[in-house]
Design a protein around this ligand. Sequence first.
Ligand code: SAH
Ligand code: AVI
Length: 330
Amino acid sequence: MEPLLQDGAIRIDSWLSEAEQRHLADDVLDGFTRPFKEIPPKHFYDARGSELFERICELPEYYPTRTERSILDARADEIVRHTGAGELVELGSGSPEKARLLLDAMMRAGTLRRYIPLDVSERTLADAARSLVDDYGELRIHGVVGDFERHLHRVPDGDGSPRIVALLGGTIGNFPPGTRRRLLRKIGAMLDADDRLLLGTDLVKDAAMIEAAYDDPEGVTAEFNRNVLHVINRELDADFAPEEFEHVAFFDRKHEWIEMRLRATRPSSVLIGALGLRVEFSAGEELRTEISAKFTRARVESDFEAAGLRLEGWYTDPDELFALSLAARA
Ligand code: SAH
Ligand code: AVI
C-alpha cells in the first residue's frame, strides 16, 4: 500500500476512504431501522466534529481533559521509567497535547524513538504529526488513519523497544460493556511481554457534575452532537434538518454512563438518498448518539481480567475524578 504521506520523519498510511463510507452506511442502515434508533459515536469526528471536540475540551464544565492532563503531567516520568518505553502507540489520538507529555518524558529518559497515532480523522492525524515533528528532532512518526475496531493489525510492528499503547480521554467508555471488553482483548493481543496498555477512564462521581460536562450552556456539546446529522447529510446524501433535533444528555445511574441523544422537536420524514431509505421520526422521538461510561477501580480491574490483562498501576488526581491505569498481558 502506498502511504498517504511520506515526508522526512513522517509517514501516514490510510486504511479508510471508500470502505469507511460503506461502514457509515451500514451503521445508519442498522441503527435507523431499529425500534430505538442509534448511531455509533465514531461518526461525530469529521473535520468539524473534531474541531468541536477540541472546543469541548476547553470548556470549564468538561473536566476530563484537563484532569487527565494533570495526572500525566505529574506521573509521565514514573510511567515511562516503569515501562522503559521507546515507542508510543496512541489509539484515537486526536490532538497531541497529552502525547507530548509522554513524549517529553521519553525524551528525558533518553528512550524516545517513534510515535504511532491511529485515528479515524485524517485531518486531525496529519495536523498532529506536523505539529510534533518540528519539536522532537529524532522522533519518527508513523500515523495510521483507521478504525481501531477494525485496523489494529495495521499498526506497524515494534522495533524491539518496549511500547506504551495508549487509549486516553475516556474513549473506552464510549463502547458498551461487551464491545469494550472485546476491544481491550484485541488491544491486549497487540502487546508483547514488555509492552503496556495506558488506559484513561473517567470515574463515577456526582451525577450533576457529569451532566454539566455533557450539556454546556454555550451549546458546544449540542452542536457536536448534531454534527453527526451533518455528516450523514453530506456522506449519504440525506436531508436531516439538524436544527430540528435537540441535544439531550443524562446520567443513567443504573449503568453508570452518560447518554447523549438527539430528540426530534417535530415529526419528520428523512430521506437517506444513498441508501434509498426513508426514516420517520415522531415528535419527541430520540436517537441515541453516544454513551460515555464512568468507571470505578473495580470495574476497570474486572474489564481487564475479562480481556486477559492485569492492572499494574493506578494513577488518579486528588479529587479522584479521572484515572489512568497501566496494564500488562496477564
Ligand atoms: N485521545 C484524545 C481524543 C479523544 S476524542 C483525547 O484524549 O483528548 C476521540 C478520538 O478518537 C477522536 O480523535 C476520534 O476521531 C477518534 N476515534 C473515535 N472512534 C474511533 C475509532 N473507532 N477508531 C479510531 N479513532 C476513533
Ligand atoms: C471522546 N470521548 C471520550 C468523549 C466523552 O467524554 O465521552 C466524547 C464527548 N462527548 C461529549 N463530550 C465529549
